[in-house]
Design a protein around this ligand. Structure first.
Ligand code: UDP
Ligand code: MG
Length: 316
């Protein structure tokens, strides 16, 4: 039997502090899987440098010279985690039988990769890494993440709970993924749309081995908004239902005020008037905001801009 070629993909943005440590961990994992005859000796580590402005790319370059098992691509500028992942996944397409994506800070438990490969060998085309606990994350991150997942599920987005981007995808899944041409990427919600036979591997999320998170609150909020508006039109529906409800009330109010008028009981209802002006004004602004968010998405998508631009490729 031919052993599968595995690519382990890690996006890196300003990870100079930890990239060497990550490399030695990934390399020894690759070696041990090769000697266990789980994967082919042509398997590789693939770094996607997401336009880092520290020494990350220089270090990666020297690592590729030290070791032929390390390949790397560099995006022309910082495009964000999801685009860096997509660039590397599409680059690895046709070169490997399966690709596993991990965070460069090794928060994903790479010792579970052999299990993922075992599922792949049994026929799974996508294997999701699912966190069993977030004990090592900050309290804020735990609460906000669980709210985010619940909201997504409520909005009808099909998503694997507690799964981020630690995932194995077979070459067939990668081919399918390449058919998705959207620019606003949210890979963890795109993977379930692909279908095929899937499997899950549970793991415990670790602490960052060094360096700082590249996802401050501001980026997390914008990531969540992108995720919701890219995958659900329920917010627009909710606004429409509220609009309908308010419209029904306004009809009742119309009848009521006409009756009052003809009964000559009109008092100067300043407070009720001012309240409804504010309420309706606010509601309209909210509705316009939500619709605007989607129109913004359409605008960006119709431009069909490239999701990433690769500046340099190192593969010997
Ligand atoms: N990352 C990236 N581009 C960015 C931000 C992050 O490629 O603009 C990479 C980062 O180097 C890491 C992974 O995405 O490998 C996850 O980022 P991070 O660990 O900072 O996020 P957190 O785990 O805190 O959510
Ligand atoms: Mg991390």
């Amino acid at each position: 039997m031919r052993l599968p070629v595995l690519y382990i993909i890690a996006p890196c943005y300003n990870e100079a502090e930890i990239i060497r440590e990550t490399t030695s961990a990934l390399l020894s994992l690759l070696r041990s899987m090769e000697s266990d005859c789980l994967i082919s000796a042509d398997s590789r580590i693939l770094y996607a440098d997401d336009g880092s402005c520290d020494a990350t790319w220089d270090i990666i370059k020297s690592l590729t010279q030290e070791n032929k098992d390390i390949h790397a691509i560099r995006l022309s500028r910082n495009r964000g985690h999801q685009n860096a992942l997509m660039a590397a996944l599409m680059y690895s397409r046709g070169k490997c039988d399966a690709a596993v994506t991990v965070d460069a800070d090794l928060q994903d438990d790479i010792s579970k990769i052999p299990q993922m490969v075992a599922h792949y060998l049994k026929g799974a085309q996508i294997v999701y890494g699912v966190r069993v606990s977030r004990a090592k994350d900050t309290r804020f991150k735990r609460i906000s993440a669980s709210m985010f997942y619940r909201l997504l599920t409520f909005l009808g987005v099909e998503i694997v709970g507690n799964h981020a981007d630690f995932r194995l995808m077979s070459s067939a899944a990668l081919d399918a993924l390449s058919e998705f041409s959207e620019v606003n990427l949210f890979l963890r919600a795109m993977a379930p749309l692909i279908g095929f036979k899937t499997a899950r591997v549970t793991y415990e999320r670790q602490k960052r081995i060094g360096g700082k998170t590249k996802y401050p609150l501001r980026k997390m909020i914008s990531f969540s908004l992108d995720a919701i508006t890219s995958f659900s039109i329920k917010p627009i529906r909710i606004i429409s239902s509220i609009g309908l409800f308010v419209f029904l009330i306004s009809i009742i109010m119309l009848i009521y005020s006409l009756v009052q008028h003809f009964a000559h009981q009109t008092v100067i209802g300043w407070s009720s008037l001012i309240i409804s002006v504010w309420a309706l004004g606010g509601l309209q602004l909210l509705a316009i905001g939500v619709i605007g968010e989607y129109i913004g998405k359409i605008y960006i998508e119709t431009k069909r801009r490239p999701r990433y631009i690769i500046e340099e490729i190192i593969d010997k």
